[in-house]
Design a protein around this ligand. Sequence first.
Ligand SMILES: *Cc1c(COP(=O)(O)O)cnc(C)c1O
Length: 515
Amino acid sequence: MTEGSEVVPGTTPETALETPQQADRARTIFEKSVPGRRAARLAEAGIEERPLDELIPADLLRDEPPGLPEVSEPEIVRHYNRLSRRNFDLDTGFYPLGSCTMKYNPRLNERVAALPSFSRLHPATNPEDAQGALELMFLLQEALSEICGLPHVSLQPSAGSQGELAGLLLTRAWQADKGRNPTKVLTPDTAHGTNPASVAMAGYEAVKVATNPSGGVDLDDLRSKLDGDVACLMLTNPNTLGLFDPNISEIAGLVHDEGGLLYYDGANLNAIMGLARPGDMGFDIVHVNLHKSFSQPHGGGGPGAGPIAVSETVEPFLPRPQVVRRPGSAGVPEFDLDFDRPKSIGRMRGFQGNFGVFVRSFAYILSLGGDGLREASEGAVLNANYLRKRLSEGRAGRYLPIGFDQPCMHEFVLSGGPMKKELGLKTLDLAKRILDFGFHPPTVYFPQLVEEALMIEPVETESRETLDSFADAIEQILEEAERDPEIAMGAPYTTPVRRLDEVGATRNPVLREAA
Ligand SMILES: *Cc1c(COP(=O)(O)O)cnc(C)c1O
């Protein structure tokens, strides 16, 4: 900004509180109160309700209820966190990072995971002395099996990407058991980068399948690439465009007919929990990102967990050991680690997995229940479509058109192509400017088949007000860019550090601070 020019809200630390969005967040917790909003709603206790003055002496009772702010749990956490930290994280603000499912992590799960009997358990404890932990793992396996629609689960893989590797090693073992040694694995051109990377790690050749004009798998291209040398097709459904492929049954049939397996990248499970099951769609192997769909603080690199669910025919090859239940034999622990698995692909990691992650996700699943999980997915899809619609209006609609114009699932992808052409602003500039408005930017430049892609996943735990505020900010940034695109090009202004030289950091990484 040149000297003497008009001060633009939010462009310097001194003016950081001047945008309506930022002023909104600086309100007191009482000002944020919305009548009737609650941090928790408990199920009916099934006990008859008694008047309060039967339980507490009348002279100790208040005349009026306390004037407590009525806010949701995420709002409480955000309020105090904003006061205490200057770092950007999920508890500070909206984090619509597409494909990452940055949903609110209920504090209840942290409390359960911190119970000493869980948090202080040594990973080498004998199974007979760790029955509770093994029971929790067994029940989590059963819950994930039900959610995925596949009968067997291994909790071992520690990330989605490691689940992919496990799935491909299972594919190799399954194929070899049939006397086959196919060399190729198909992945759509919308696939997450970890898919082809895992394919290469597992020693397969990755072959891309094209996307059709409605955003699904191009069936003709799939047919042309399917032959007996294809070990497996890896797919996420809904895919990274946030679109559910209605041809999934046909796709599954085509792949199975050629002797291939279907691998489901479950990173997008947050769109379909309790609504559709990968096993029912015809998938043989599924990974689940516990840290995405089943609420786990993530984004700093872990820990996470990427359990896999598999069909009956793939089960013999699962990693070793498996957590099993052995009912009814006296003197033998009921829950145990089964090492007697001759066809197993072996261990994916030391010990049993990231146990604290299992505790949190199991607590999450139990607290929501089956109906709650379905509601979560419905909310995620509703929020994504609401924001998609809001961003199809005004300047966003003009400069950031949607790549595939149809109702989406849990996320959607906009193209910054027209913005770059008409305003000279790259998607990266917009993303950096979004930081000055107190939002984490969406995922950028992925998937690659959308020019200047902006991938937005609002998740179910966000309020309508937050979504509106984000849409307003985008509008405001584009309006500002019409007047002066250089402002966004210099962003961010209000963060603890300004724009970083990301290319330089990649080419010349400084991994150790100078003494
Ligand atoms: C996040 C993600 C992965 C990889 O999962 P990690 O747990 O980060 O290893 C794979 N595919 C998709 C579509 C994803 O979004």
